[in-house]
Structures are given as C-alpha cells and as structure tokens.
Design a protein around this ligand. Structure first.
Ligand SMILES: NC(=O)c1ccc[n+]([C@@H]2O[C@H](COP(=O)([O-])OP(=O)(O)OC[C@H]3O[C@@H](n4cnc5c(N)ncnc54)[C@H](OP(=O)(O)O)[C@@H]3O)[C@@H](O)[C@H]2O)c1
Length: 230
C-alpha cells in the first residue's frame, strides 16, 4: 500500500486548523504544523502547541510573511493544507510562491472551508437565527421558523470537515475538485429539527412561521438594507 502523505498545516493554531491537525494525526499521517513563534507565548495557544508535540506532530516555526520559513517547512512534506483565517486569505499567494519554489508538493488545499450560503453578510432577522446554528436546544418554548420550514439544509460539524479533508488528501477522485460535504444523515428541514428537539426534551414547542413576503419586508427594514436604498 502507498505510504500516507506527509501533511503540513498552515494556520494550525486556528479554529479549523487545530481540528485538521487532530484529524491528520488520527488518520496516521506524519503531521507538521506551521506555528508563529509569537503564538507560543499565548497561554491557550502555547498549551495547544505543546499538545501537538505530545501527539507526535512536528512543530515548525514560520510565518506567511517569511518566505524562507515557508519554503523550509514545505520541503519536508507532500501536501500543504492552509487553514489561515479570512483576513489572511489573499496572502495565500505567498504559500503558492513557496510551493512553486520548493517544487515537491503533490497537492495544496487552500483555506476555502466555506458554507454554501453566505452567513457572514446575513442581515436581520435571518442573521441571529443563522448564528444560532450550533445550538443544541432551543432557548425557549417558542421557535421562529423562516418560511415554511420545509427546505432541506445540510448541517456540518467542523470536525467532520477536518476528517473528510484529510480523507481527500490521498484520494485521486478529489484532485483539482471542489469538495462538497453532504453527509446523508446530516440533512434536515427546520421542521424536522424542531421535532427532534421536541422528542429529546419531551416538550411541545410553539412554532411561529414567518412567510417569505414578510421576511423580505423585514429585511428591507434593516439598517444595512436601508443604506442601500437611501
Ligand atoms: N471558524 C469557523 O466557524 C469557520 C466556519 C466555517 C469555515 N471557516 C473557514 O475556515 C478557515 C479558517 O478559519 P478559522 O476560523 O479557523 O481561522 P482562525 O481561527 O482565525 O485561525 C487562523 C489561523 O491562521 C494563522 N495565521 C494568521 N496570520 C498568520 C501569518 N501571518 N502566518 C501564519 N499563520 C497565520 C493563525 O495563527 P495564530 O494562532 O498565530 O494567530 C491561526 O492559526 C477560513 O477559510 C474560514 O472562512 C471557519
């Protein structure tokens, strides 16, 4: 059997990055984490880096803005996964330049772990509801449902994103492809989710539906939307 690729994670101390490191180690890949030296003095991140080392990860010091450090790190691996934050996305051209110079990389996964809907620029009243997406139970006995609640939505846990990205590393079917995570058991309508909550809590929840026309009117009344029309 072919040997598993050696993986470098750039952005390893971030939210998605640390899950990626965990998934890579768990899948048995030799795992390398690029860490900024200054980050180690942060108590929480310093502990995380210590945990990386304890779980067999090779910690390499470097920075997106330090070309030599990138090339040196990249030369030690087969695959590079970037999990840098939104602010650093444009700077990923620096990773590509270093990959070109190193000349040994089989695959590069850019930091494009995005949702198919744009939650970052959502407006009220949808915004608060979208950002409740990690809720494990409703906050009260009443739930507000936008539309008829029958649209199917795919829910993904960030850990699964990491697990399947790592599975894609040595899977030729995913080469130069955009990968969509649509786990069949994670597809629910909001009505189905509310029913699940009811089943779990043993309580019947009062459902208020906001019809599409009303929702559009409410959105047009939000400050951001008003700015556009003024
Ligand atoms: N967070 C979420 O809920 C979420 C959900 C869906 C998708 N995503 C996507 O996942 C990706 C990663 O987002 P995230 O939230 O995990 O980001 P994050 O927590 O902000 O982590 C960013 C990482 O980039 C590192 N970094 C920043 N500047 C750097 C530099 N100059 N050189 C080297 N490393 C640098 C940070 O290092 P330090 O630790 O040293 O600061 C950190 O490890 C993005 O594409 C984002 O859109 C995130």
């Amino acid at each position: 059997m072919a040997e598993k690729s050696k993986i470098l994670i750039i952005g390893a101390t971030g939210h998605v990055g640390k899950l990626m490191v965990e998934a890579s180690v768990k899948a048995g890949h030799a795992t390398f984490a690029l860490v900024r030296k200054s980050t180690v003095s942060d108590p929480v991140k310093g502990k995380l880096v210590e945990n990386f080392s304890n779980s067999g990860v090779t910690v390499l010091y470097g920075d997106l803005h330090d070309h030599e450090s990138l090339v040196k790190a990249i030369k030690q691996v087969d695959v590079v996964i970037s999990t840098v934050g939104d602010e650093q996305k444009a700077d990923q051209v620096k990773i590509i330049a270093a990959i070109k110079e190193a000349g040994n990389i089989k695959r590069f996964f850019p930091s494009e772990f995005i949702s198919e809907i744009d939650v970052n620029h959502a407006v009220e009243p949808a915004k608060s509801i979208l950002f409740e997406r990690e809720a494990t139970a409703p906050a009260s006995d009443k739930v507000t449902i936008l539309g008829d609640g029958n649209t199917k939505v795919i829910y993904n846990d960030d850990r699964d994103i990491a697990t399947y990205t790592i599975k894609a590393v040595d899977d030729p079917r995913t080469l130069n492809k955009m990968l969509h995570f649509r786990l069949p058991k994670n597809i629910y309508t909001v009505n189905e989710l509310v029913s699940l909550w009811e089943k779990k809590s043993g309580k019947t929840l009062e459902r208020t539906y906001v019809p599409e026309e009303q929702l559009l009117k409410d959105i047009q009344g939000t400050p951001k939307e008003k700015e556009k029309t003024d």
